[in-house]
Design a protein around this ligand. Structure first.
Ligand code: GYE
Length: 325
């Protein structure tokens, strides 16, 4: 997490953002038909989490009577910048987006601000020092997720002194969840020098890349004890690589992932993953509520956190029948 964001977060606890009205007949973005139009720029379709998030946003928009202009950036920042510019030209009432990476948003967000179109960050943060560029940020605390992963590991190896060799599959380079999950985890495990991250590389949050990078890790390191994957999908890809190498995932190599989507939870219940830190993709309803308030000129908190838990294998077995995504 960037220092800027930490500072913004502290500020946000004290002050709620007050917004100037937008939409309606005030000469700002939006048309006069009374219906809210939201331009939404999604990261892509890289993971089970993302698919569930897209469904949540689409369904919630429909239920809230909000017209959604949905754009898929295919994990490319330039596509998101283009989509935001198009939304500005179209004079939508509100723009929401999940920034693929943290940096490089100031110019385009200033354009939206000049056009008086409010912006909501959803799922991922940006690291701009100018917090006036967006009204609120709705999503998880990724540093905390990384810490929870580290805390499980510390407990798991409590009382043992042998070195623990860890490989890490990072999310998309430069993205908030990759940066923060790496940092939160590192902060917790550094307390004990027996934990060593022997390799750390991006698996781009996808199964295919997770598998490919794990294959390389296995070739380069004969003595891997633990895999920490920044999402379930990369963990699931890595499981295929581990099995192909003749090792038992969850036993020979312990696996921690983040998200808790259905396939991840199944692998956890089957004992192939050992621990999952939940990250909720069901942001749609809260996003639509915030959008309505922002468009109406009401004040909203600068930071809205999602509530999340963690799962062991037993807990995954119990939760699976009810799991919606
Ligand atoms: O964990 C991962 C997805 O930004 C929280 O993006 C999201 C992450 C999620 O690709 O699976």
């Amino acid at each position: 997490m960037s220092k800027t964001w930490s500072a913004a977060l502290v500020g946000a606890v004290l002050v709620a953002a007050t917004l100037t009205g937008c939409g309606g007949g005030d000469g700002a973005g939006g048309t006069d038909d009374g219906k809210i139009t939201m331009g939404f720029s999604q990261v892509g379709a890289e993971s089970g989490w993302r698919t569930a998030n897209t469904t949540s946003v689409r369904t919630a928009a429909q239920e809230a009577g909000i017209e959604l202009k949905f754009s898929d950036a295919q994990q490319k920042q330039e596509n998101q910048i283009k989509a935001i510019r198009t939304f500005v030209q179209q004079k939508v009432d509100v723009i929401a987006f999940s920034p693929v990476v943290e940096s490089g948003w100031d110019t385009v967000l200033k354009e939206a601000k000049n056009a008086k179109i409010p912006v909501i960050l959803t799922d991922r943060a940006i690291d701009s020092p100018d917090t006036s560029l967006y009204q609120t940020f709705l999503g998880s605390d990724f540093v905390l997720e990384g810490k929870k992963a580290g805390e499980w590991l510390v407990k798991e190896y409590e009382g043992k002194s042998d070195p623990v060799n860890i490989v890490e599959l990072q999310g998309t380079t430069g993205s908030a969840p990759a940066n923060d999950r790496r940092d939160g985890f590192a902060e917790v495990i550094k307390a004990d020098p027996k934990f060593k991250v022997v390799a750390s590389q991006t698996g781009e949050f996808t199964r295919a890349k997770g598998k490919e990078v794990m294959e390389a890790f296995l070739k380069a390191h004969a003595d891997i004890d633990v895999l920490y994957a920044h999402n379930d999908d990369m963990g699931l890809g890595a499981i295929e690589a581990i099995e192909a190498a003749g090792k038992k995932p969850g036993v020979d190599i312990k696996i921690i992932t983040v998200d808790a989507v259905r396939d991840g939870m199944q692998a956890l219940a089957d004992g192939k993953i050992n621990f999952i830190v939940e990250c909720s993709p069901l942001l749609g309803p809260q996003l639509m509520d915030l959008a309505k308030k922002v468009v109406a000129g009401e004040s909203v908190p600068k930071r809205v956190l999602t509530e999340e838990t963690v799962f062991t294998s037993e807990q995954a077995k119990a939760a699976l029948p009810e799991r919606k995504y």
